[in-house]
Design a binder for this molecule. Sequence first.
Ligand code: GLA
Length: 418
Amino acid sequence: MAIFFQICFVILSFSSFSHCLDNGLALSPPMGWLAWQRFRCNTDCVNDPKHCISERLFMEMADLLVSEGYAKAGYNLISLDDCWLDKVRDSDGRLKADPIRFPSGIPALSDYIHSRGLRFGIYEDYGNYTCAGYPGILNNMKLDAQTFADWKVDYVKLDGCYSFPSQMDKGYPEFGYYLNRTGRSMIYSCSWPFYQLVTKMEPDYATISKTCNLWRNFEDIQDSWQSVTSIIDYYGDNQDTLIPLAGPGHWNDPDMLIIGNFGLSYEQSRAQMCMWAIMASPLLMSVDLRTIRPEFKAILLNTEIIAVNQDPMGVQGRRVYKKQGIEIWTKPVLPKSGQRYSWAIVVLNRRVDGTPSQVTVPLRELGLDSSDGYHVRELNEHKDVGIISPDQAIQVDVNPSGVVMLKCTIIRVPPFTP
Ligand code: GLA
């Protein structure tokens, strides 16, 4: 880190703040728990102490992340979102948490989360205020980056309300530079392209993907299937732009997993999990882990699906078929055999006509052409389909607003030696 930082500093003397993020972090899509989608800006700890944004909430979620097996499955981050701050900075100009809701202070919360073996994330905003009206970092970037390092923050989500999208090309790299300059490794999550796209600006993705470990480019997820499918459509319709940006250390972020909340059915929850996995998306749950029903918990803890998401090659999946409500998405994964890959395939049924749709998955047409065949497994049901050669048809029944997810592991035949 220190060496990297010096190199970065030298480059900076000659150029802008860009091209400085090579922090070695987020080599696979980040996984963890974020407060926003489920708990929003509930600050009423008098009437709703269990659900308000308070240190108690984050400590309870940290405990459950560990005790319920989420951390073991890879969800290793607990992150604050908006509404953790006091409305004013302290007398030294430093950010501080709301003293009533975070009586022990952020350093104590950070220590607590670290003592559970987890990473600690924080939320701020590039503008004058956060989206909910708390102090932003504008004009205090250096101090705030240092404050986060002092608090042992591991992940920073930097929102973009109350700021000018036209200034973000300078501002986001500048804050990234100050984060790096602290010498503490912090994953940097940016909302930069989203705010620019809203104002019809063309995001400079080359710089964004060198500056941020992940970035939002579409609207906030809401607690509905309609919202989930609008995100899937955005990722499919813009895949030629988005896919090349993703890879180890830098990811498109389609926003949180809403599995286990109020808006998705069981099938739709499976669909969100499989789609986020195949899109190599960050897996950031936002759900009440104290009350989540077992069937939704099992979806979030499906280690075979998580493994596809976390595949070391880090290739974002592609929509290769879309017709009459049926979509097929594919993603190359390890292991390889020679130049050929294994593949994950999601068949997504957007239809609502009340009965499962039978879909034929044509391996060769999808680019799976290894004559030695593939060991095929369905990942939701954890069932082997068998050894399938490229010209054999796989028939799957896909439930309305549901998915089938196949992992096709290439069969590696040892080279023949006479
Ligand atoms: C924006 C972000 C959300 C959340 C809220 C908080 O809308 O996109 O993810 O952080 O702000 O106010």
